[in-house]
Design a protein around this ligand. Sequence first.
Ligand code: BGC
Length: 764
Amino acid sequence: MKRITVIIFALAIGFSCATPSGIATTSTDATMNSFIDELMAKMTLEEKIGQLNLPGSGDITTGQAASSDIAKKIREGKVGGLFNIKSVARIRDVQKVAIEESRLKIPLIFGMDVIHGYQTVFPIPLGLSCTWDMNAIERSARIAAQEASADGICWTFSPMVDLARDPRWGRIAEGSGEDPYLGSEIAKSMVRGYQGDDLKKNNTIMSCVKHFALYGAAEGGRDYNTTDMSRIRMYNEYFPPYKAAVDAGVGSVMTSFNEIDGIPASGNRWLMTEVLRNQWNFNGFVVTDYTAINEMIDHGMGDLQTVSAMSLRAGVDMDMVGEGFLTTLKKSLDEGKVTRAQIDVACRRILEAKYKLGLFEDPFRYCDEQRAKTEIFTDGNRKVARQIASESFVLLKNQGNVLPLKRSGTIALIGPLADNKENMPGTWSVAADFSKATSLLAGLKEVAGPTVKILTARGSNLEADSLLEERAGMFGKSLRRDSRPVNIIMQEALDIASQSDVIVAALGESSEMSGESSSRTNIEIPQIQKDLLAALVKTGKPVVLVLFTGRPLALKWEQENVPAILNVWFAGSEAGYAISDVLFGDVNPSGKLTTTFPQNIGQIPLYYNHKNTGRPLPEGQWFQKFRSNYLDVSNEPLYPFGFGLSYTNFTYSNVKLSSNKMNSTGNITASVTVTNAGSREGMEVVQLYIRDLVGSVTRPVKELKDFQKINLKPGESREVTFTISVDDLKFYDYDLNFVAEPGEFHVFIGGNSRDVKQAGFVLE
Ligand code: BGC
């Protein structure tokens, strides 16, 4: 292995310069800039364009990197980085080609979709968000970065912060739900977790916030579909989490597939330059999503040369997979469609990222075989994952305290997800070894101990339709379909149910029923499983529904008929243990929903922070003629945003404000006393919402502004105080100025967005 540490510092000392964008530089920046100036002075146009190329890397196997097609391009300086290659051995092999065989020996950057953990897998992001625990979320990202960097990766395509209000959209699983404020807090925590305080450390990695922008607003919830929204909604509702990631110093941004105002994001100059760089001062690099430039041809924006030039001019720096930049930018330069300066800026940004990661000092910084052996899927990391997973579960119903389960008697564990490891990690777990995940059956047996008898049966397949089931079991996540007749499979389950004291039904979606290109028009539990559930309920035995899902489901029948429902999402490699910890009450559930659960699919989009309209339906009512409502269903959600039960219960005092007036520079406090009125220790997420009653534009009926997660012993009370400042009252007005307008405000505090205590103040 050849190190090239030396050249950098020799080149750099005592040189000071400004970046091309004119952004002021620190002394380290000056060092970096002079290094990159020197390097770029040596680069040919082709080599500069090569840095902008992020090809697919499917054909690389250990020991054969040098003979792969990609290697040829690397030697020719036509590759800036690669992604989703796993293992130090492979990454080292490929990096060696760049360092030893390319003319300028520029190291490659290695990216991966490390979305919710590496080999130690944490809950899917939607589940993780339900912890409302920013330390836990940051910790999960820190552990993911440690493990990924120990295996050669220095760049992750995470966090995904696309706000989503449509549960039909499969990728709702990958984000943090429907709220801009919570989404922003989570974005910051994840960026901090991945990048740490020094990107050059060998255990921190560069983060890439995605998908900029508005990907979660695809029409009809159909993946990759058109989005169209007002700027005022973009700025107030959909943009904040991306901006929060930028403010937290995220190193890169990924474009989205969709169009914005009629121009696909990857070619949208307003978005990539005016908003991202000029308004938000982003100074990292922009990478497209997978073939997003090429897809602009189908969007109807022109041929590959046209869309590639458009994308570069818009402010995109790196082209993922499509090679439009690689194959057409030179021609566009010759024809005056792009400028040399535009290519230089993009190239510089990629080189800066590599510099910031320390790759010029040591291209093998992340290729430490020893770390790969000792720092991945460790007992310590798994313990943290188990604990965080247990915090992500949301108890939706617990009639007659069916839960927690007793450590005695017989449990019948039934359902297609009862004994399956592959589906536990959840969508986008590229680096996971499914054989190491813990199934619910295995976890339950271990956590229950010898005093409990556990019987198990499948009860039903995932879907009645085998084609649907096949689609829902891609990427090695088969549910191992049972080909016997439906009634035989069900009877087997009813037989063991009759021998049990309690039934645990492990039902819902498979992990690939959500995620990319996994949209659904029916968001109920598949009918074949509902039939099984109904038969189990009919036995008269207590039934606990352990619900696996990557999206909010419509659960009206279940809420009305099943005594207990624990929503466990897809909880990661330790799922089986974490679910069992909560089932037996070793951990008291504390997760709270970050998306509204509708009563039925026709209510979509349904979200708590909606506008009032000119004909609102009075709260708590169903139908009134000429009011904004439906004939056949009330406006209420099944479970509101912020909702989640505990094995104990919490009571709230009235809200106490320090003053009922705030001036334009000051702040006030809002307090409540929260009491654990039950008999178990538990955690509660105390939520603060505000409503701006009169504005120069219409304002939402409620907006989350702060929250605190507290732990209370039985009988314990705690005063929880929030400080409300003028900044919390600001929003983007009609001219997109960020302002707080004087007038009346309501403050709401409670354990979910619906059940709140209220007070009011005036901003003078
Ligand atoms: C997804 C991205 C992902 C990329 C690279 C795309 O299909 O939309 O979220 O980061 O692939 O794997």
